[in-house]
Each structure stands twice: as structure tokens, then as C-alpha cells.
Design a protein around this ligand. Structure first.
Ligand code: CA
Length: 228
């Protein structure tokens, strides 16, 4: 996924770019509104700082929205309450407030991408469907296989919810520990293996959690003959 980052504050831009790259996003960074509007693309999401040196970020937002429906996430300083409201009125999809962590930005990116490309949902309403057998209702934190609820420990659910955000994507042990256990995890990750083993056991034949040696894990949906 490619992100256009429009931010004139170099330390903020660099740290965001590094963080996003660690999570597998490609980032094109520009520091002015003019450069943002001149960027030929393609990109999947725009992260747009409102305080730019050459143009008002809100004008950039309006111009980008006028061109198409690429998701726009506005970056605003805490004091700019009005900017945020106007940004959303001008067609921004979401906003983050400075200071923010990279995980918060990634959560917003994933959320706007989900809205841009809605998954197949269950007839029962609200649940995400994976393959022909598994559904995850993220609002209710309920997981079903063939319509039967699967009992999960809280961290088993969190791990499953995280890995199913992007089936097929390779997630490093550090990314998983950071997202599911603690933002600043530097210790041993044996507890992760224990939880992966539990998911493999509970979702045998439905999900495969492949270990990639020295890196992390990759979750795949097992497609049965009927589904493929
Ligand atoms: Ca700025």
C-alpha cells in the first residue's frame, strides 16, 4: 500500500515514514501543498498536515477531494479544533491529532481502507467473513466457525483480530507483540508462540498460521473446495 505523506515538519515526517515502512507501507513524502497537488500518484491514502508553508492544508484537502475519492487522513495540531471539523466537511475521511503514535496512524489508515473497500459481511450483520467458514464480529468480539461460536481467551482474540486484518501479510514478532501485548515490548516472545499454537488448534482446517523463521508469522485463510 502506498501512502502520500504531506508534512513540512521533517522530524515528524521522518519518524512517521520510518514507522510506516516497518509495517510494510510505502511512503512518498512531500513537504508542501504544491508538491502534494503535483504528485502524479498513484497512492492509496493521503496523510495531510494542515499547517503547510505554502498553502492552507484545507485547500489541498478540497483540491484532492475534487479529483477523486482517495482516502484522506488529516493531521492536525491539538489546538486546531475548527480545522478538524472543516477538514471533515471538505471531505477528509478521518484525522489524527498531534502528537500521535505510528500505531494510531496505522489504525486510522486501516479503518479508512476498510470503509473504502468494504469486506463481505455476514447476513447476520456486522461480522467480517473470511472464506466460507469463519466470521469475526469485531464490535461484539465474537468469532464463529460454521456458525458456532469459538471460545477464545482475550489475548487469543486480540491476536486473531490483528492477524486477520491483513490475511497473507507477513507480520514480524515485534509488530505482533507491540500490537497485541504491549507498545514497548522488548522481552521474550514465548507467550506469542503459545497463543499461536492455541489458534492453530482451535482453527484447524479453517486458518493456517505459518511461521516464517527468524521473522514472524503469516495467517492464511484455508479455502475449501466449495469456496475456491
Ligand atoms: Ca506543519
Amino acid at each position: 500500500m502506498r501512502i502520500l505523506l504531506v508534512e513540512d515538519d521533517e522530524p515528524v515526517a521522518q519518524s512517521l515514514r520510518r514507522g510506516l515502512k516497518r509495517y510494510g507501507f510505502e511512503v512518498d513524502w512531500v513537504a508542501t501543498g504544491a508538491a502534494a497537488l503535483a504528485h502524479a500518484g498513484p497512492y492509496d491514502v493521503v496523510l495531510l498536515d494542515l499547517g503547510l508553508p505554502d498553502t492552507d492544508g484545507l485547500d489541498v484537502c478540497r483540491a484532492l477531494r475534487g479529483r477523486g475519492d482517495v482516502p484522506i487522513i488529516v493531521i492536525s495540531a491539538r489546538s486546531d479544533e475548527t480545522d478538524r471539523v472543516v477538514g471533515l466537511e471538505l471531505g477528509a475521511d478521518d484525522y489524527v491529532t498531534k502528537p500521535f503514535g505510528v500505531r494510531e496512524v496505522i489504525a486510522r489508515i486501516r479503518a479508512v481502507m476498510r470503509r473504502a473497500q468494504p469486506r463481505t459481511t455476514d447476513d447476520a450483520g456486522g461480522a467480517d467473513r473470511y472464506g466460507s467458514r469463519l466470521t469475526i464480529d469485531r464490535r461484539a468480539a465474537r468469532v464463529r466457525v460454521d456458525g458456532e461460536e469459538v471460545a477464545l481467551a482475550p489475548k487469543e482474540y486480540d491476536l486473531l483480530a490483528f492477524l486477520t486484518e491483513e490475511p497473507g501479510a507477513l507480520m514480524s514478532r515485534e509488530q505482533i507483540m507491540e500490537a497485541v501485548w504491549d507498545a514497548n515490548w522488548f522481552g521474550p516472545t514465548k507467550t506469542l508462540d503459545v497463543h499461536v499454537a492455541a489458534l492453530r488448534r482451535k482453527f484447524a482446517g479453517v486458518l493456517a498460521v505459518e511461521a516464517v523463521r527468524g521473522v514472524g508469522f503469516r495467517l492464511e485463510i484455508v479455502q475449501d473446495a466449495e469456496a475456491s
